[in-house]
Design a protein around this ligand. Structure first.
Ligand code: PAF
Length: 302
């Protein structure tokens, strides 16, 4: 395969970065002319090993990898949360480069949402519960910006982490419903050795909160093991198991739980028993930081 033509806004040691949609499209068109396939990894920066796993998957599957870095204001329902979101483009760019990203798309807000912007993408059903219910407007903000990114890059594959499983399912549905010619690939959650799911929000935890945070995963894993005890077909009632997990999370020092629910993987329908492939989903507050996680209840298909 040809290495593809160079991108004008780069030098040899820095990550090639474009801030305008026109520059992005020109670079991708050059790759297409060279016969290269394209993978997209959308991010809001504050990179961790979970993001780098997405880049690695894209590099394994595709000839070229574009990452986007855009802290999308429309998916923050709380302005304080948007202000507190960690931002460090220089260190993110270094990590993107090291992981093998070919091009970074880092637009300003006005490039993504120019004056007069008026469209919103809403995925009914899948987007209504979980974070859709507890963070009004969040899922619409995600679906809208991802629809735009998919249309701007027109990748063959786009990669999303399973930690945001509801987001992943919404994006899959949206891509199918809008006939977008892209494969949406889910990548398993990357965890710290103590089980805490990697998240940009972990940077906001105090030392004490960081010590408590892995309880979330431990409680979900214990509940999931109990629900499949005796085989998924046994379909144990989830209520008491979820209640025990809730007590464990609050007793550890979390101050509130937005949701802790068993839902079907395919359509995110609320379940009372794990009678089909399902996940436990949680969102809980540790001080001022809202953490989310999920845990498969049925064994995953290989
Ligand atoms: O998962 C995220 O980081 C964001 O929701 C995404 C997909 C980059 C859209 O802003």
């Amino acid at each position: 395969m040809s290495a593809g033509p160079p991108i004008s806004e780069s030098d040899e040691t820095a990550l090639a970065t474009v801030r305008r949609i026109a520059g992005l499209r020109a670079a991708v068109a050059d790759w297409r002319r060279a016969g290269l396939s394209v993978g997209l990894v959308p991010t809001m920066g504050a990179l961790h090993a979970g993001h780098l796993a997405l880049i690695r998957r894209s590099r394994a599957d595709c000839g070229r990898t574009v990452a986007s870095l855009f802290v999308n204001p429309t998916q923050f329902n709380d302005p304080k949360d948007l202000r507190a979101y960690p931002r460090d483009e220089a260190s993110d760019a270094a990590l993107f480069l090291e992981a093998g990203t070919d091009l970074l798309f880092a637009p300003a807000a006005a490039e993504v949402y120019p004056a007069g912007f008026a469209t919103q993408v809403r995925v009914a059903g899948l987007g209504d519960g979980l974070c859709g219910a507890t963070r009004p407007g969040h899922m619409e903000g995600v679906a809208t910006v991802v629809a735009k990114l998919l249309n701007q890059v027109r990748p063959d594959f786009a990669y999303f982490g399973e930690k945001d499983f509801q987001q992943l399912q919404i994006i899959r549905r949206m891509a199918a419903d809008l006939d977008l010619a892209v494969t949406i690939a889910g990548v398993p959650t990357v965890r710290e050795p103590d089980g805490l799911a990697l998240s940009s929000r972990n940077l906001l935890l105090t030392a004490d909160e960081r010590r408590i945070a892995p309880t979330l995963h431990r409680a979900l894993a214990a509940a999931a093991a109990e629900l499949v005890g005796g085989g998924v077909a046994a379909g144990r009632p989830a209520g008491p198991v979820i209640e025990a997990a809730r007590m464990a999370i609050l007793a550890a020092g979390f101050r509130a739980i937005d949701y802790l629910e068993l839902r079907a993987e395919a359509d995110l329908a609320l379940l009372e028993r794990a009678e089909r492939p399902a996940r436990l989903f949680v969102a809980a507050w540790l001080g001022n930081v809202r953490l989310i996680d999920n845990q498969p209840v049925a064994p995953q298909a290989a």
